[in-house]
Ligand binder design. Sequence first.
Ligand code: ATP
Length: 239
Amino acid sequence: GSAGTLLKLTNVDTYYGAAHILKDISFSVAEGEFLALIGANGAGKTTLLKTISGLLVPKNGTVEYQNMPVNGVAPFKLVGRGMIHVPEGRGIFPQLSVKENIMMGAFLRNDKAEIEKDYEYALSLFPRLKERITQFGGSLSGGEQQMLAIARAMMARPRMLLLDEPSMGLSPKFTEEVFKVIQKISRDGQTIILVEQNAKAALGVADRAFVIEVGQIVLEGKASELLSNPKVKSAYLGG
Ligand code: ATP
């Protein structure tokens, strides 16, 4: 791969048992790039993120990360190499405080001073969390829990940040708030893959995007161009 390629998928096929979900997926992501994957419910977006973070192992093809094949590498080892997946549904700890939830993201680290810096950065991204720092995670609204999941992910110092459906269950106001922060994180240099059913929100912030239909990439381009693509408009942007 060219210098600066962080992730590369080549002819990837992923199955659930006999069900062939991802079909011949190939693409690369450059260091610092912000890629969005849009598509309908069930198109295979979550399956693709899980294939990247090692939660699923492709039957055919290769996933390369930092110029090394990672097919079959345990997910926690990839976490140690900066592959950080914020799952659909967020997966926060309801009985832990907001601070404890955030600090969970640093559980593989012991560089105390740097952890403290990243904690300040995470809180600067989400002042709302700062105001609720001693509350239980479970007492937060859905939008705040999404913020918490992203703040926790940032504590792992991601090289590759995978975001699955951050708008899920969020009001338009919270969606906008969360997406503004995702955009800021991207502008701070973070490499991001964002999976979204909310095509409008995703295309509004990403650099490049793919449309996924039944496990295949059917369209790709600059996010700003896809926003005005007639096919994307009629199928994903409500005409
Ligand atoms: P959503 O946003 O609704 O999750 P998606 O595009 O992320 O949609 P996937 O969750 O990747 O879609 O699902 C792709 C296909 O794989 C769907 O047909 C789904 O029913 C199927 N699928 C997902 N998880 C499993 C599983 N554990 N076992 C069998 N089939 C599954």
